[in-house]
Ligand binder design. Structure first.
Ligand SMILES: C[S@@+](CC[C@H](N)C(=O)[O-])C[C@H]1O[C@@H](n2cnc3c(N)ncnc32)[C@H](O)[C@@H]1O
Length: 183
């Protein structure tokens, strides 16, 4: 487990780095910790910025992050190892939609940061939203930088009344969707 100083230092470094997700990383960690989101699925890793933030939260409460990406994401793995967080992390190199065939459990949080086309986003929503537990979260990055993603998301929310939608406009946009209780 990271100590408080190491965790704070890592999160500050992540937030100060000039990435298009830096402003949202503490939010991801906060949601994991405060809502006890023990079972996390991440679609889209690249160099692991969001992965590290999610793992920092899991490190505080226990649980695991399962991540999927088309690429091997070796740099992300090295960063996660450097911070001693590999024990909480499982990685699958796979297409996100193909991976669905290999997964069956429900998740407290699914974080999506893929390539953001309308069709892919709609397909991901149809496939993965049912896997989010009641009271759980489905979070998409890049709603502002990729309007077609936001369109697919808003259409989904408009036709699924068990979901609530909050959209942050900064740092490329972050949509936080929460599934209603008892659905
Ligand atoms: C924007 S980057 C993810 C950034 C990462 N979340 C972060 O915070 O640094 C998008 C990633 O999605 C992956 N990707 C794109 N389409 C995919 C798909 N259909 N299935 C799996 N991974 C995909 C890409 O390989 C890339 O690593």
């Amino acid at each position: 487990m990271m100590d408080y100083i190491d965790r704070r230092k890592m999160m500050e470094e992540l937030q100060r780095a000039p990435t298009d997700i830096a402003d949202h990383l503490e939010t991801l960690r906060m949601l994991v910790v405060e809502f006890k989101l023990y079972a996390v699925l991440e679609l889209g890793v690249r160099e692991g910025n969001s992965t590290l933030a999610l793992l920092a939260g899991i490190d505080e409460i226990g649980g695991s992050v399962l991540s999927v990406d088309l690429d091997p994401c070796e740099r992300a793995r090295a960063r996660i190892a450097k911070h001693g967080l590999l024990g909480y992390w499982t990685f699958f190199q796979s297409d996100a939609l193909a991976f669905l065939l290999e997964t069956c459990p429900y998740y407290h949080l699914i974080f999506v940061d893929l390539d953001h086309g309308y069709d892919e986003t709609s397909a991901v929503l149809e496939a993965y939203a049912p896997l989010v537990q009641p009271n759980g979260f489905l979070i998409f990055h890049d709603t502002v930088s990729h309007p077609e993603l936001e369109l697919a998301l808003r259409e989904f929310i408009a036709t699924h009344d068990d979901w609530r939608f909050y959209n942050w406009l900064n740092n490329s946009g972050l949509a936080v969707c929460r599934r209603a209780e008892g659905c």
